[in-house]
Design a protein around this ligand. Structure first.
Ligand code: ADP
Ligand code: MG
Length: 317
């Protein structure tokens, strides 16, 4: 892509997402230059989407671009970080202008929406793959890690769980691309505003990418505890329950993955204040269990009986 490469970068990617107070120099030099806000640490994360593994050929390029960015922003949200900018490593089979046009438009819309400018990247030829590295800023000592939970802390999630899994089921069944569930799959909402508020309250946090049952296990292991999840309290969307029934909806809420909601722990003494502040800012949060002494993840029904899961969640290997 020798000569065309630079024209392509200028045309589709230079200035994408606008500027920011922190961006000194963006696309076009050997490196981008960023001034992190004083007193903050840099939070950095990367995610790759590969055609045939994470998405099927023929996906709408703008939706794909937005989703790739949103997955990364969800990781920033889970640390309580505010976006500073992102890098895009793009591997393309060909320089298809219609594809690039749709891709860059979708990307620009979300970059602007979340105030996260594109600051640089790399463009190579090969099988279609999209790698985004996002950078954020979090005040020193306030990052929401997975390791801070104590026994007795309550467990919460934002939003609703299982909708992405419902969207994939609909796609597999009849190829339907529309509807509320599909929107949740393609346009997951990075919970940046909730993450920012949770810096004051949460003892541990992560975003739910591989399924709740698996992901809460990461908080349990990192915090040296066990986690008890009350299945009857899992937040489910009306659309998911209407389409698949309560039992399947609960199963998918536990194991479905790709929800990109925040799962976090809060000491009981701070739980009331946290619920008030999050609700006052329009965020739905639901208490779904607690951290307890021991190891592993236990899912219990209304009677407190332990449930067995069909499958813990998604793992590549
Ligand atoms: P170098 O060879 O110095 O690494 P490149 O020739 O790869 O630089 O890229 C030139 C400029 O274009 C750099 O600023 C780089 O960050 C940017 N860039 C390359 N590809 C992309 C892309 N897909 N998206 C955004 N910026 C890109
Ligand atoms: Mg390069």
């Amino acid at each position: 892509m020798a000569i065309r490469e630079f024209a392509l970068i200028r045309r589709y990617f230079a200035g994408l997402g606008g500027g920011s107070d922190h961006l000194v120099l963006g696309v076009g030099d050997d490196c981008a230059l960023i001034d992190p806000p004083p007193g903050c640490r840099l939070a950095v994360t990367v995610d790759t989407l590969v055609e045939g593994i994470h998405f099927q050929p023929g996906c709408e390029p703008g939706a794909l671009a937005g989703r790739a960015l949103r997955l990364n922003l969800s990781d920033l949200a889970a640390m309580g970080a505010d976006p500073l900018g992102f890098l895009l490593a793009l591997t393309l089979p060909a320089a298809d202008e219609a594809w690039l046009d749709a891709f860059s438009r979708g990307l620009a819309a979300d970059a602007e929406r979340f105030a996260c400018p594109l600051v640089g990247g790399d463009t190579t030829r090969g099988p279609l793959a999209i790698t985004i590295t996002a950078m954020g800023a979090v005040p020193r000592g306030q990052a929401l890690t997975r390791s801070g939970a104590s026994a007795g802390d309550y467990l919460y999630v934002t939003g609703t769980l299982g909708d992405s899994r419902g969207a994939l089921a609909a796609l597999a069944a009849d190829g339907s691309g529309g509807g509320e569930l599909a929107e949740r799959f393609w346009r997951p909402e990075p919970r940046l505003a909730a993450g920012r508020l949770l810096r004051e309250f949460a003892s541990a946090a992560l975003d739910v990418s591989d399924g709740l049952a698996q992901d809460v296990g990461h908080i349990a292991v990192a915090s040296g505890l066990a986690c008890r999840v009350e299945v009857a309290s899992l937040p489910l969307s009306a659309a998911l329950v209407a389409a698949y029934g309560i039992d399947t909806a609960r199963q998918w809420a536990l194991t479905g993955g790709e929800d990109f909601e925040l799962c976090f722990t809060v000491p009981p003494s701070r739980a009331g204040a946290m619920e008030q502040v999050l609700a006052a800012h329009g965020h739905r949060v639901t208490r779904i269990g607690a951290m307890v002494d021991g190891q592993g993840v236990v899912c219990v029904d209304e009677q407190g009986a332990a449930l067995t899961l069909e499958r813990a969640g998604y793992a590549h290997f």
